[in-house]
Design a protein around this ligand. Structure first.
Ligand code: FAD
Length: 547
């Protein structure tokens, strides 16, 4: 079923009328992976998401599909092997969205043992992760390291290592997986909160939902339910009456965004802060984003925000590692804060906790998946759906297929990226969008194959300039094909503009609001509410400072 805000009522009707094999609660990357895996195996599956798709941690990560070098340090070889190998798979199924990125690891300290240990460690990492020859680590001398990254504070640098990771957009990856699942027959609804479970003789047979937009309640019937709610996993286990044994341990991670000219790194750098913690500085779209923090979190799950001290911590790390002339707190353009849904281990600090995933099964039949990484979403989904298939097969005549998601390109996937960009570059040279080549690039890496459709639609829009027409076409595409229901869905999770181009959000807010209100028939109250909500998000992104 298509993902369209214009077909919300039909989607709700199909949810209330059918009996599903499986309900996935939670529309982050974990739920998205399960939805797609299940749909491709012939399981009748739906997804219910309380906010927008990717609203939780899956739009607030470091946005890397990475092998997890730090897990090698923690001797988690199995995890390094799994997430390391998965990088190549995710790159293959979504080449427009998962891009190789050279990462520099500067090494400092008086002794050369650190240098040789890192060299050895990275070779093990390459081997465990099955890294392609051209992507394997290269060790650099001190002069080579400083040449690769002249911005580094040279004091104490003894050398470095250059290796390959993959950069992505977490929220876009999530939505593309959900779209692909819907093409395969799945049904997905955002702003649909699971309030309680429907049980018969103690076994879960469905869920009670509330529509976050209309306030109506409805029931969805199903043979099985998977709880893939990330940081909210224990809340759902509590509703099920099965919150016992292992529990979540939430830690908060913050990223800050500054103009690239202020921290002009030549490539991504994985550097050590003054307290010995590792931090990323990653160039993207004319900005550099820096993160992350890792602190225990016990506050509200609904309002996870950046605090001034988080920003100060990251700026201190930047000042320690790079020869920059003091980036001021006012120069931080935007930020985001997310929660790691880790599994608690007695006596371990936030940074020491394992990122491994685990499945909990309750006596009512609820399967809860906790922990894990963006990078490992596909393998996590495979494990969950294998279990679902095992259980469904006991009571069902149906034969379900094997996991195929490692060879199923996502709907928007575009393997011939160079040809597309060339074609668009030629198109651009032909008059329209003069000097807007970056736009074609951004469009392609955001929407993949669908960028053709958006460009075509933009040509039909009467507008004073093609850039405005393109933005209008993006908004319309979002509403019609990606279930964009609120301003924040568009500005935060479909385009990332609130993180990476806040001035553009301010400049286009009223125009975008007008399209929404016309397309979705918003009342004056709703318009006011949406404007207020977005302004609040912009203030939060600026940790309370005016945008
Ligand atoms: P979420 O994305 O939080 O999704 C859970 C969803 O469930 C939410 O959208 C929520 O609204 C919904 N929900 C909750 N309750 C209900 C309900 N009652 N009914 C319906 N829906 C409900 N991993 C990497 O691989 N690479 C990285 O670079 C990386 N960086 C990270 C940086 C930070 C700062 C953090 C915090 C994590 C990072 N991770 C990274 C880890 C990764 O982002 C997470 O493991 C992953 O996004 C978790 O996804 P999820 O789907 O389990 O949870």
């Amino acid at each position: 079923m298509s993902l369209s805000a214009l077909h919300r009522n039909e989607t709700k009707k199909s949810l209330s009328e059918a009996t599903f094999d499986l309900i996935v609660v939670g529309g982050g990357i974990t739920g998205a992976g399960i939805l797609l895996d299940a749909a491709t195996r012939g399981i009748k599956v739906c997804m219910l998401e309380k906010h927008d798709f990717a609203y939780g941690t899956s739009s607030r990560s470091t946005k890397l599909i990475h092998g997890g070098l730090r897990y090698l340090k923690q001797l988690e070889f199995g995890l390094v092997h799994e997430v390391g190998s998965e990088r190549a798979v995710v790159h293959k199924i979504a080449p427009h969205l998962v891009l190789p990125e050279k990462m520099l690891l500067p090494l400092s300290g008086g002794k050369s043992t650190g240098y040789w240990l890192t060299s050895f460690g990275l070779s093990v990492y390459d081997w465990l992760a099955g890294v392609r020859k051209e992507d394997r680590r290269v060790m650099l001398t001190r002069p080579q390291t400083l040449k690769a990254e002249p911005l580094l504070n040279s004091k104490g640098i003894i050398g470095g290592a250059l290796y390959t990771e993959y950069r992505t957009d977490d929220a876009r990856l999530t939505i593309e997986i959900i779209k692909t699942a819907c093409d395969q027959g799945a049904v997905a609804l955002n702003y649909a909160e699971v309030k309680s479970f429907v049980k018969e003789n103690g076994s879960i047979k469905g869920v009670e939902c509330i529509d976050g937009l209309s306030g109506n309640t409805f029931q969805v019937k199903s043979k099985m339910v998977v709880n893939a709610t990330g940081p909210w996993v224990d809340q759902l286990r509590l509703k099920d009456g099965s919150l016992e044994g292992k529990r979540l341990h939430l830690t908060k991670g913050v990223h800050i965004v500054v103009d690239h000219q202020l921290v002009p790194v030549k490539q991504a750098v994985y550097f050590e802060g003054p307290d010995g913690r590792m931090v990323f500085a990653i160039p993207r779209d004319g900005k550099t984003y820096i993160g992350t923090t890792d602190t225990d979190y016990r506050e509200s799950l609904e309002e996870v925000v950046t605090k001034r001290e988080d920003v100060e911590y990251l700026l201190k790390a930047v000042g320690y590692a790079f020869a920059v002339s003091g980036v001021s707190i006012q120069e931080v353009e935007s930020t985001w804060a997310g929660l790691r849904p880790l599994i608690h281990e007695d006596g371990k600090s936030a940074s020491e906790l394992s990122r491994k995933d685990e499945i909990f099964e309750s006596s009512s039949g609820l399967l809860s998946i906790a922990g894990g990484k963006l990078t490992g979403y596909r393998k996590m989904a495979e494990r969950v759906v294998d279990l679902v298939v095992e259980k469904l097969s006991v009571e069902d005549e149906n034969i379900f297929g094997d996991c195929v998601t490692d060879r199923l390109p996502l709907t928007a996937s575009y393997s011939d990226l160079d040809n597309f960009l060339q074609a668009k570059a030629n198109f651009l040279k032909n008059g329209e969008f003069t000097a807007q080549k970056n736009l074609a690039h951004r469009l392609m890496h955001t929407y993949g194959r669908a960028s053709e459709k958006i460009l075509d639609q933009s040509r039909l829009i009467v507008s004073s300039d093609p850039v405005t027409a393109l933005l209008k076409a993006e908004v319309m595409y979002g509403i019609e094909s990606e279930s964009v229901e609120k301003l924040s869905d568009f500005f935060v999770r479909r385009t990332g503009l609130l993180y990476f181009d806040l001035p553009k959000v301010t400049a286009t807010l009223e125009m975008v609001l007008k399209i929404f209100s016309e397309r979705l028939n918003w009342s004056a109250d709703r318009i006011q509410q949406e404007r207020g909500d977005l302004v609040k998000l912009m203030t939060d992104a600026r940790f309370g400072m005016p945008a």
